[in-house]
Design a protein around this ligand. Structure first.
Ligand SMILES: NC(=O)c1ccc[n+]([C@@H]2O[C@H](COP(=O)([O-])OP(=O)(O)OC[C@H]3O[C@@H](n4cnc5c(N)ncnc54)[C@H](OP(=O)(O)O)[C@@H]3O)[C@@H](O)[C@H]2O)c1
Length: 279
């Protein structure tokens, strides 16, 4: 990288953000686009995707949108191949799509357990695997069996050559809350998966990290922020004294995906207004 370039610059990187049509994913997509990345968002609902795409194209006209249901396990490899080919490859995978089901553990229907785990753990693992296979094949085709070797996808700085994966963990990766067993289990799994994948794919220069949002005002948390008593509890237990907004995640996501984080892998960066720091 020339010294005049910002280490946060993502020019030349192609990013795919799952669950990028709303909430935290859309805010991350905006942040990546503002830093120069070509961004594609993926989600299930065409209308939400169209709205998100119109917004992103005001930042960068080359933004793209793709329908994708990450919980459709059988379709993932084929859909990944189509999306990656349409983008000419993916340098940054943001594994953000997620869901929850709130219920006391003893009455939790097992199909809801399966749905949360399929969306929040299995799908991001499969997408990470598809991403890594492509990056490893590309590195090996260039004759580089290690990231330190020569060669680079066009326009991508050497320090980002292996590519990067960003998961969306949660403060529930660390702590649990009533009526949230499958979600807490899924996000705890993501915390460990980030470490395991970071180790496995470091030889190819693929970095794997996560952002860990605290309580962020989105559709997913609507039942919580629309509950005045619960909302007051959140604000009272958050040292910075407010709910998070989706855009609060953008800076941490851009940082972790950028050359500024080139020696950071296997980490969860919590963006929680200090929530986890308090008793
Ligand atoms: N909000 C919080 O306080 C909070 C805190 C910690 C962690 N998180 C995590 O942050 C991530 C995003 O949450 P959010 O609050 O931004 O949620 P959100 O506002 O409900 O947005 C979820 C996004 O994911 C998409 N999506 C959902 N299921 C999908 C599927 N099966 N396949 C593809 N796309 C899917 C949605 O679009 P479609 O419905 O159209 O598919 C939407 O774009 C999740 O992993 C969540 O667990 C959120």
């Amino acid at each position: 990288m020339a010294h005049t370039e910002s280490p946060f610059d993502l020019t030349g990187h192609r990013a795919l953000v799952t669950g990028g049509s709303a909430g935290i994913g859309l805010a991350i997509a905006r942040g990546l686009a503002r830093s120069g990345a070509t961004v594609a968002v993926a989600g299930r609902t065409p209308e939400r995707l169209s709205r998100a795409l119109a917004e992103l194209q005001e930042i960068r006209p080359d933004a793209r949108a793709f329908t994708l249901d990450v919980s459709d396990a059988a379709a993932l490899p084929g859909r990944w191949a189509e999306i990656s080919a349409a983008l000419g490859g993916v340098d940054i995978l943001v594994n953000n799509a997620g869901t929850t089901w709130r219920s006391p553990a003893h009455t939790l229907p097992l199909d809801k357990w399966d749905e949360v785990i399929a969306t929040n753990v299995r799908a991001p693992f499969v997408l990470a695997q598809l991403f890594a296979r492509e990056r490893i094949a590309a590195a090996e085709a260039l004759g580089a069996d290690r990231a330190a070797g020569p060669g680079s996808p066009a326009g991508v700085p050497e320090s980002s050559r292996g590519g990067t994966i960003l998961f969306t963990a949660s403060i529930l990766s660390e702590q649990a809350r009533k009526d949230n067993a499958p979600y807490a289990a899924s996000k705890g799994a993501i915390r460990q998966l980030v470490k395991a994948l970071a180790i496995d794919w470091a030889p190819w220069g693929i970095r794997v990290n996560a952002v860990g949002p605290g309580y962020i005002r989105t559709d997913l948390t609507r039942p919580l922020h629309e509950d005045p008593a619960f909302s007051a509890w959140i604000v009272g237990h958050t040292p910075l004294g407010r709910w998070g907004e989706p855009d609060d995640l953008a800076g941490a996501a851009v940082f972790l995906c950028s050359p500024a984080a080139s020696f950071i892998t296997g980490q969860v960066l919590y963006v929680d207004g200090g929530f986890l720091a308090t008793l």
